[in-house]
Design a binder for this molecule. Structure first.
Ligand SMILES: [Zn+2]
Length: 332
């Protein structure tokens, strides 16, 4: 039996602190509710937490620790804000369409200095930076206060859908919003589970240890929360669990992997020193490098199977090359 802590009995209401408004009338609320069901199914495997959407009536389950979930809107956000393709994505796609690799760069590796001139004369670096900033704003929003809750900000969710959602070319979402929200919710539950420690499987223990190199304490805590989320998702998706869990968690596992792939694609076109730093090194935020987080979570989720360990290994090798080439990097 788990006892509610004092904080969770009476969590600070982010609406009052930041002047947010409820967004439970949002057209995204169905996807958010689906995500909460997915996350709760995965949390069942741990038997410790349950996510509680604050807009849904019903008595909380006594035996489980409650994690409040808020769906919120910024004070000045129009209800239909963000439904048009934002300028940043339009600019990115326009640049992508006219960008060609200049001849003479066939032997230039991404981490070589010559790569900076590969797309010279285009605005690809700027466009990629804007998309990156848009795609990683969500974590910052969720971490604004230590509310021991999950805060979902409607306009950030829209931004996620625009960047990772259905594309003009392929029609289907690279990473479904519900999978992202499920991941975010499980991550927050990971922060609350203070006793959780990842025990990496033997073949990938050393690989995972390398991801922790140079991280600040706060950043290690972020990866600990990631590991909790990924280990539960991995069990729900791939281990021997009831069939019902496989079906509903698969989209969250798939979404996490595709988010990494899509972020890599957006970032791959910025070969400038700034782009390399952002792509491979810590960027000075409270959270570690986002692509490393996603690849490390993928290894935990897959228990090192498939291509997961190879992808993270390649990333870390390039990260070391970039760190040596750009020694004045403020963070690694
Ligand atoms: Zn966190």
């Amino acid at each position: 039996m788990f006892v509610l802590t004092g904080c969770l009995d009476d969590p600070p209401d982010p609406k009052q602190i930041f002047g947010f408004r409820d967004a439970t009338d949002s057209d995204l609320s169905a996807e958010v509710e689906e995500a909460i069901d997915v996350a709760n199914a995965a949390l069942e495997l741990d038997g410790r937490f349950v996510l509680r959407p604050m807009w849904r009536p019903g008595r909380p389950q006594q035996a489980l620790q409650q994690v409040p979930v808020y769906l919120l809107r910024r004070p000045n956000a129009a209800i239909d804000a963000g439904t048009a393709t934002p300028d940043m994505l339009r600019a990115f796609r326009a640049e992508l369409a006219r960008t060609v690799s200049l001849s003479g760069f066939g032997n230039c590796a991404e981490t070589d200095p010559c790569a900076a001139a590969m797309y010279a004369g285009t605005q690809m670096g700027r466009a990629a930076t804007e998309v990156y900033n848009g795609s990683t704003a969500m974590d910052a929003a969720a971490a604004e206060i230590n509310c021991r809750c999950v805060m979902l900000i409607e306009d950030n969710l829209r931004q996620f859908k625009l960047i990772f959602g259905p594309s003009d070319q392929y029609g289907q979402a690279f990473a479904p919003l519900s999978g992202y929200v499920a991941w975010l919710a499980l991550h927050e539950a990971g922060h609350l589970n203070r006793t959780f420690r990842l025990v990496p499987g033997a073949p990938w223990a050393e690989l995972y240890r390398r991801t922790q190199s140079g991280l600040a304490e706060r950043q290690q805590e972020e990866m600990r929360a990631d590991a909790y989320a990924a280990s539960l998702l991995g069990r729900a998706c791939f281990a021997q669990v009831p069939q019902r869990l496989h079906a509903i968690a698969a989209q969250a596992c798939y979404g996490l992997t595709m988010q990494a792939a899509q972020l890599w694609l957006y970032e791959a076109f910025d070969k400038t020193d700034g782009g390399l730093r952002r792509h491979y090194l810590n960027d000075g935020r409270t959270h570690p490098n986002v692509l490393m987080r996603l690849l490390a979570a993928n290894v935990v989720m897959m228990d090192g199977r498939g291509k997961s360990a190879e992808l993270l290994t390649k990333f870390l090798e390039k990260r070391e090359v970039v760190a040596q080439r750009l020694p004045k990097s403020p963070n690694l």
